[in-house]
Design a protein around this ligand. Structure first.
Ligand code: FAD
Length: 369
């Protein structure tokens, strides 16, 4: 019997486990410290005044109840490639025949004076709870958000109704993953919602209660860093081959070394020279792909096709009723209510998919973490 170990129960890890269910006689192990699958793209929404963080975590007990998956609630800290084992944070080691590494990413924080001491990041429900405990939902409180990518824009937009929000972006436009017209639309919407958007200036120092940019400075009440992601630090301690940014070097099947695969944010996917942005959508597709690749390798001895993800759309919330983005493989740009509505539908579709894959009753979220 083959033993397949999946590290991380996020979008990629669960996508892989879903595909691996096809194997009749494999031993499946999920190593994941949390008690529930975090619906991370929904977290900006949870920060809004009436948002509930519990509604965005699906308990693994519920999700995996009908499967034979063994859930080990620990962090992986390293691996021994020769001995085919991973090490856990309690000192235990777990052996594998096949290993899928899907631990997601970490916020990348550059060494800006004072930043680490005071800035919040938003990567999981624990971060969201910390931020929420400090939010006053009063216009007198200023929230400074650093980073005008997907996370920064969504957080700024969601908090704009109840706070004085300032959004800082080093480049001269927001949302570089979208076309210029859509990013300009996002800019105009945020301005209309009262967000003070500062572009073309880097943060150089945090000197509470002030953020100092290259030319200007502003006072803040809460500071949220949304300036990008990097691979988890422990990956650097492994003997996996890494690229200059610290991502494991994977082939077109997501394989890093024989029997070791990456999926999700940890797989730096570049196709035909073009980098594919790390999203939950890509992670879920990649997880499913890796799971199927391993099924194919075990059952037929062939790896199946190379990874060619079809990204169906990219949608960004600008507040509770507005959004921006595109669907149908870039074919249709969307703005306003339609984009926001489709984004909500995509959240529900993902939950529905989980409930089908794992044969669990709808709506999945009976309790939270
Ligand atoms: C605020 C925010 C908004 C976003 N909005 C969107 C959006 O609208 N649309 C979109 O497509 N994407 C969005 N993203 C990106 C998306 O959330 C990620 O790309 C996606 O979650 C990556 O999936 P993953 O499975 O690789 O990692 P994750 O979903 O992060 O899951 C990783 C899992 O691994 C576990 N883990 C971590 N370290 C270890 C370890 N050492 N050992 C064992 N387990 C470990 C973690 O507990 C976690 O459960 C957003 C991200 C953020 C932060």
């Amino acid at each position: 019997m083959q033993k397949i170990v999946v590290v991380g129960g996020g979008y990629a890890g669960l996508g892989a486990i879903g595909a691996l269910q096809k194997l009749q006689d494999a031993e499946l192990v999920l190593i994941e410290p949390g008690s529930g699958h975090q619906l991370i793209p929904e977290l900006p929404e949870a920060l809004a005044k009436h948002g509930s963080i519990d509604n965005h975590v699906v308990p693994y007990d519920n999700l995996l109840a009908e499967t034979q998956v063994k859930h080990i609630r620990h962090y992986v800290t390293n691996l021994n490639i020769d001995r085919h084992v991973v090490y856990l944070d309690n000192g235990e080691e777990i052996s594998y025949d096949w290993l899928i590494l899907a631990p997601g990413s970490e916020p990348s924080m550059p060494p800006i004076a004072g930043l680490r001491d005071v800035a919040h990041t938003l990567r999981d429900s624990h971060d969201a709870r910390k931020i929420k405990s400090e939010l006053q939902y009063a216009k007198e409180q200023r929230v400074a958000v650093i980073g005008g990518g997907l996370t920064g824009v969504e957080v700024a937009g969601m908090l704009s109704e109840d706070h004085d929000v300032i959004l800082v972006e080093a480049f001269d436009r927001l949302l570089p993953a979208l076309g210029l017209g859509l990013s300009q639309y996002a800019y105009r919407r945020l301005i209309a919602a009262g967000v003070h958007v500062v572009m073309g200036q880097k943060l150089v120092r945090v000197n509470p209660p002030r953020i100092e940019l290259e030319r200007d400075h502003y006072e803040y009440g809460i500071l949220i860093w949304a300036g990008g992601i990097s691979p988890p630090k422990w990956i650097r301690n492994t003997e996996l081959p890494l690229d200059p940014q610290g991502y494991p070097v994977a082939d077109a099947y997501g394989q890093v070394l024989p029997h070791i695969f990456v999926a999700g944010d940890l797989w730096h996917v570049v196709i035909d020279g073009q980098e594919i942005p790390a999203t939950a959508q890509l992670a879920a597709i990649a997880g499913d792909f890796i799971g199927n690749t391993i099924v194919s390798r075990i059952t037929t001895g062939t790896p199946g096709p190379e990874f060619r993800p079809r990204i169906r759309g990219m949608l960004i919330s600008l507040d509770e009723g507005q959004g921006v983005g595109w669907v149908l493989h870039g074919g249709i740009p969307l703005r306003g209510f339609s984009a926001r509505t489709l984004k909500n539908i995509s959240f529900q579709q993902y939950r529905l998919k989980l409930s089908k894959i794992f044969d669990r009753p709808w709506p999945l979220l009976e309790s939270g973490d």
